[in-house]
Design a protein around this ligand. Structure first.
Ligand code: SAM
Length: 284
């Protein structure tokens, strides 16, 4: 390591559509760093040209992130400042960068966030759904069975649920939500900050109908927001674990299946519930 003053890693948010959303601070940082690590350097070069900048760039994707870490840490050690950007919005939010940030911090260098656009916050602040508590789940699994299983695990959540979705899967996702939670209110934030920005509001089945009548509503990029499940009263959710386990056994449910039910309802590992059930059975 040279004795140059160590560089810093700037994590810089870029626009999700409207280029005016880039902050003056972000522009200053991008103009001053020695190197910009970007997801798609060709895509980001367009933004740099728009800003009149031509920084040195290096690609950093999910699949080469681990390999890039040493290289970038070496640059920081030499005293170079580095900026991390993604194709759009805030890096690390459903985008690469987590491994790099973790390793850079562990290596003792400064990581400086430069905040800006982020699709989930942009969508939530105009949706009119509760924002005091929300759960962001990024992209749902692409396959139908995986997607439905993931949605089912979220059924009891009382917070607003937030997902990212692509135009290829938006209808399938809405159909799954319509089947699972037919009465819940959804808000779709589409093409945020862009010319065709739209907020659609309604039950999943109603939104599907809207897309049926106007296929343009299924185009572009989406943030899907779903109202949380109803708060149940304390007595209903204060389920004591032993009562549940004993009831399952009394109803003739096998230990393996009962362990799976307990893990799903109460959380924790199936193995742990299997052992507890076995103990109850042995003591009987
Ligand atoms: N890092 C980004 C952020 O800060 O929001 C998200 C990157 S993720 C790979 C891309 C997804 O974000 C899109 O598929 C879409 O779900 C959502 N997204 C990004 N820009 C959007 C926009 N302008 N309108 C609606 N959703 C958007």
């Amino acid at each position: 390591m040279s004795d140059a003053i160590a560089g810093s890693l700037y994590v810089v948010a870029t626009p999700i559509g409207n280029l005016d959303d880039l902050s003056p601070r972000a522009v200053k940082v991008l103009g001053e760093v020695a190197l910009v690590a970007a997801e798609d350097t060709r895509h980001s070069a367009r933004l740099m040209r728009h800003l009149g900048l031509s920084p040195a760039m290096i690609s950093l994707h999910d699949y080469n992130e681990a390999a890039r870490v040493d290289q970038l840490i070496e640059r920081l050690a030499r005293g170079d400042d580095v900026a991390l950007i993604s194709d759009a919005g805030t890096p690390l939010i459903s985008d690469p960068g987590y491994v790099l940030v973790r390793e850079v911090r562990e290596a003792g260098f400064r990581v400086i966030p430069i905040p800006g656009a982020c699709a989930l916050v942009t969508a939530l602040c105009a949706a009119g759904l509760p924002t005091d508590r929300f759960r962001f789940h990024g992209f749902l699994p692409a396959k139908g069975s995986g997607r439905r299983a993931r949605l089912e695990t979220l059924g009891a959540a009382t917070e607003t649920l937030v997902f990212y979705e692509s135009p290829h899967r938006i209808r399938d996702t809405l159909a799954d939500i319509a089947a699972l939670w037919p009465e819940r209110r959804l808000v779709l934030g589409r093409e945020l900050t862009k010319t065709f920005e739209t907020f659609l509001d309604g039950k999943a089945s109603e939104l599907l109908q809207r897309m049926e009548h106007d296929p343009d509503q299924a185009r572009g990029e989406f943030v899907v927001m779903v109202e949380g499940g109803a708060e149940r009263d304390g007595a209903a959710i204060d389920l004591d674990a032993e009562t549940l386990l004993r009831s399952l056994l009394a109803e003739g449910v096998g230990v393996k299946q009962a362990a799976a039910v307990a893990a799903r309802v109460l959380g924790g590992a199936k193995k742990q519930w299997y052992a507890a059930l076995q103990q109850i059975k042995d003591a009987e």
